[in-house]
Design a protein around this ligand. Structure first.
Ligand code: SAM
Length: 229
């Protein structure tokens, strides 16, 4: 069995959007407790590689192709560790300690405005071309305040998108969970400039619970694309 029911969502996403291939290198963001890691390991097979990142510790998984790390993807040092795990050389060592993210008076507003900007940290250079698929199931801790939960989820999806832009090989795919709301259309629009096409998919297994949907970018390209909806 799988560690999390969410494993079935990834299977459904794969059936809908044909995500995995044998031997793929996959990055899984927000990977705890490991349901998606289990599915990804099956799909890529023994020649593949799956790297999972989460705030929470992930209990060891049997398949040798799975590596996990504990860290916060909103923090530079976690992204640096991921970079090292993927075997990509650092391009500059400019000190970059951004302001802490907690304690803001109006986080929802701040995130919403941050969500309008293109880059979270300015270090997400494009085109390292070492990863076949980036999947993100990252979700914020729910406060019950709809706008805030939405803004946070878009922020996490955007960080995942930047990771995708940094590491995806041309032609490869990206999936990110996001809670529906006002900033979703903008994110989808930005993604459509980097992928052949973008779909919004709601797996059967998501329908009962929540406002979550998955943005699926197919066919990564570093050249800007002009595309209608
Ligand atoms: N896909 C997972 C599975 O199948 O087992 C379930 C993921 S769960 C819905 C969402 C995860 O996102 C949580 O484990 C949470 O810790 C993680 N998460 C939220 N914010 C994060 C962040 N900033 N960095 C890394 N992980 C984060």
């Amino acid at each position: 069995g799988y560690r999390a029911r969410s494993a079935y969502k990834l299977k459904q996403l794969d059936e809908t959007a044909d995500l995995f291939a044998d031997g793929d290198t996959v990055v899984d963001l927000g990977a705890a407790p490991g349901g998606w890691l289990q599915v990804a390991a099956e799909k890529v097979g023994p020649q593949g590689k799956v790297v999972g990142v989460d705030l929470q510790r992930i209990d060891d998984l049997e398949p040798h192709q799975v590596t996990t790390m504990r860290g916060d993807m909103t923090e530079e040092q976690t992204r640096d560790r991921l970079r090292r795990e993927l075997g990509v050389a650092e391009r500059s060592s400019a000190a970059n300690q951004n302001a802490p993210r907690s304690g803001d008076v109006d986080e929802s507003r701040r995130l919403s405005s941050a969500n309008q900007k293109s880059k979270i940290s300015g270090d997400a250079d494009e085109g390292e071309g070492v990863v076949d698929l980036v999947i993100s199931d990252m979700a914020p801790n729910m406060t019950g305040e709809y706008e805030l939960d939405h803004a946070r989820s878009v922020h996490l999806a955007r960080i995942a998108f930047e990771t995708a832009q940094q590491y995806l090989k041309p032609g490869s795919d990206f999936v990110a969970k996001v809670f529906q709301g006002r900033d979703l259309a903008d994110l989808r629009e930005e993604m459509s400039e980097s992928f052949q096409y973008v779909r919004t998919v709601t797996p059967e297994a998501s329908r009962d619970s929540s406002s979550e949907v998955y943005l699926v970018g197919k066919g990564y390209t570093t050249a800007p694309i002009t595309e209608g909806d």
